[in-house]
Design a protein around this ligand. Structure first.
Ligand code: ATP
Length: 436
């Protein structure tokens, strides 16, 4: 990795820790590889990412059904879906000298250990699912789900029976998934406990290409909404032989991460693979009756899959900016308003002037109460104004509001823009709409 990109990753990781976005999981015990905890600003950012996704792909549509399925599922599901077999295994190699393990398909030289130069052993397949036991005697084997998708396939019949949807329609879900990655790395890019936002979109078999194209543009509508620049997203048509076992066509949406161009999202045509496999394995009828055409069929599936953690990282790395303001260097996160963890911060110019503090409190409380969209309002009265601006810049707050002596006379405040540093005088009454 070029030095400056390496530095960028380090700066992002350190900002995330310092300012309460993302912490190493189990940190006080030395950590647990591949796990991270989201701090107060991280969780706001993540919730904004998920809320917007849910709003765009579930609430605003008429053809979508939300779901929150259990993480633990009957082990037969993972047999039918192909996950217990070779389909969900990665090739692993171990160094005979230092015993470090690597994903063989990520190595340029498959003979020599990249860490110590020792000889690498035989390549073998390693299944990524976490196994667990269910019940007091641990009588039943289960797995932590490695994708949210199967929860939607096994509830297909329930949705049909309760809602009688017409094709095409989709089931959407946001939730945790677990993969025992051989080499978790690159901060929250490759983790062992991750979160996904997935849609299984059910279509007539002959309509899959049309849906595939629609979802392809929906991916960009979403990345535009959360502020990931299109110039940093690149499509990769995944060739035959490299696609997941269930897919007949896959596009990876890759993003220019500081450590290279890597998969951000996937769009896959899963055919009727999953519904047919579950119908065979469970003995249940998972077909759909097309009443207009008087035809029974097993729908085909187009699946857009969005990783939440990778979205957080893509947003952080595209938003991270260093510039100079008022002759001084500064670091700020150029978040799109829609995802910024804090929408605005309110400051009394001076902390030791009770009349300013009182007025500022009033403005702060009214903005906070104004509407649910504006809840993420911060208060800061610590240090000089310049320092407070910098603190908000660093967490990507788009607007800062300062209450000064003039406010007491004419009920106006200064509204400062994060990106330009420019300040304007606006009336207190107009604040809510200006920030929204
Ligand atoms: P990769 O090739 O990078 O291992 P994948 O092709 O196995 O990823 P999918 O099975 O398509 O990934 O998973 C769908 C989405 O879930 C990915 O596009 C990504 O956003 C997210 N994802 C998958 N694995 C991880 C992981 N270990 N850590 C964080 N996000 C992940």
């Amino acid at each position: 990795m070029p030095k400056e990109k390496d530095d960028l990753m380090e700066k992002i990781v350190s900002l995330c820790k310092r300012r309460g976005f993302v912490y190493q999981g189990s940190e006080i015990y030395g950590g647990l590889a591949g796990t991270y905890d989201y701090g107060p600003y991280g969780v706001e950012l993540k919730n904004n990412i998920e809320d917007l996704w849910w709003r765009m792909f579930v609430r605003e549509r008429r053809d979508m059904y939300g779901l929150d399925a259990a993480i633990l599922m009957n082990e037969k599901i993972w047999e039918a879906s192909g996950h217990t077999g070779a389909g969900f295994a990665d090739p692993i190699v171990e160094c005979e000298k230092c015993h470090h393990r690597f994903r063989a398909d990520h190595l340029e030289n498959k003979k020599k250990c990249p860490d110590c130069g020792g000889a690498l052993g035989e390549e073998r397949q390693f299944n990524l699912m976490f196994e667990t036991k269910v019940g007091a005697e641990g009588a039943q084997k289960s797995y932590l789900r490695p994708e949210t998708a199967q929860g939607m396939f096994v509830n297909f019949k329930n949705i049909i029976d309760s809602f009688h949807p017409r094709l095409p329609f989709g089931i959407a879900q946001i939730g945790k998934a677990f993969r025992n990655e051989i080499a978790p790395r690159d901060f929250i890019f490759r983790v062992r406990e991750l979160e996904q936002m997935e849609v299984e979109y059910f279509v007539r078999p002959e309509a899959w290409e049309k849906s595939f194209e629609e979802w392809r543009s929906e991916v960009y509508r979403y990345t535009d909404a959360i502020g990931i620049p299109r110039s940093q997203i690149h499509e990769l048509e995944v060739p035959d032989g490299e696609r997941a076992h269930y897919s007949k066509r896959t596009i990876d949406f890759e993003f220019d991460f500081p450590f290279g161009r890597k998969e951000l999202y996937g769009l896959a045509y899963r055919t009727d693979f999953d519904l047919s496999s579950h119908a065979n394995a469970s003995g249940q009828d998972l077909s759909y009756l097309d009443e207009e055409k008087k035809e029974r069929l097993v729908p085909h599936v187009v699946e857009p899959s969005f990783g939440v953690d990778r979205t957080v990282l893509a947003i952080l790395s595209s938003a991270y900016t260093e510039d100079e303001l008022g002759g001084e260097p500064r670091t700020y996160l150029k978040f799109n308003k829609s995802v910024a963890p804090i929408k605005a911060a309110v400051f009394p110019l001076l902390k030791n002037k009770p009349e300013l503090v009182k007025k500022a409190r009033k403005v702060y409380e009214s903005l906070k109460a104004d509407s649910s969209k504006l809840k993420a309002i911060a208060w800061d009265d610590n240090g000089n104004i310049g320092k407070r601006y910098r603190r908000q810049d660093e967490i990507g707050t788009p607007a800062c509001i300062t209450i000064d002596f003039q406010t007491l006379e004419d009920d106006t405040v200064t509204l400062r823009n994060r990106d330009t540093g420019e300040q304007e005088r606006v009336s207190v009454d107009s604040l809510a709409s200006r920030i929204a």
